[in-house]
Write a protein that binds this ligand. Structure first.
Ligand SMILES: [Zn+2]
Length: 214
């Protein structure tokens, strides 16, 4: 169990307006358990249209483990964001995907959940689809014939979604409420506690405790 850094320290971090702040967290690494402490870099920036965010990166100097996340300046509720992708124009739609976010491509039944190495990023929808394509291509390499065929099918469908020939629902589910799709047509709603509890919220790094941002 990782103990928690003091609340005072966290609040100070979130309020800082300095471009970059580096500090050491007296915590063992969640991966290699090295006791030499983790380095935390907090970088507060204004993400266009999303408002002020703090990018937090925690690094273990012993094994190289790294975790990045985005914390909005304003607290948010557990939420889902949905957008029906149905045109090539949607490819440039910006998204913030935090380390606690599960991404679903609904009609294809594909899901990327946080897991141990999850990292937040700011990208656009094309970038999100490319991440799925890369995973499918890796899977395809040494797979059995039927899996290879299924992968090819998925890649072809993703190609059609990119050009607007096919439609696909992009769904972000974030129990910490840090993720967003920036588009007028995107639909957002709060997650029930029950829904939020079934989602993997990623590695629990002390500074990313949901209760402090709710
Ligand atoms: Zn480590």
């Amino acid at each position: 169990m990782i103990s928690r850094v003091s609340k005072v320290q966290r609040v100070a971090l979130l309020r800082t307006t300095e471009a970059k702040m580096e500090s050491t967290i007296e915590q063992p690494c969640p991966v290699c358990h090295s006791a030499s402490g983790l380095t935390m870099i907090a970088h507060t920036t204004e993400i266009p249209y999303f408002g002020e965010h703090t990018q937090l990166t925690v690094i273990c100097d012993s094994c190289g483990w790294k975790h990045t996340d985005y914390i909005p300046a304003e607290g948010r509720k557990p939420g889902s964001w949905s957008l029906q992708i149905d045109s090539a124009e949607h490819m440039s739609t910006r998204i913030v995907r935090s380390g606690s976010c599960t991404i679903r491509l609904v009609e294809l039944d594909l899901e990327a959940s946080p897991g141990g190495a999850s990292t937040g990023y700011v990208s656009n929808i094309e970038g999100v689809l490319m991440r799925f394509e890369e995973v499918i291509q890796t899977l395809q390499r040494d797979a059995e014939e039927d899996v290879v065929a299924k992968c090819a099918e998925l890649l072809a469908e993703l190609g059609r979604v990119r050009t607007g020939e096919s439609s696909l629902e992009l769904l972000l589910l974030d129990p910490l409420g840090h993720s967003q799709i920036l588009h007028d047509e995107a639909v957002t709603r709060e997650l029930s506690e029950e829904e939020a509890s079934t989602l993997d919220s990623g590695p629990m790094v002390p500074v990313f405790d949901s209760s402090d941002f709710a």
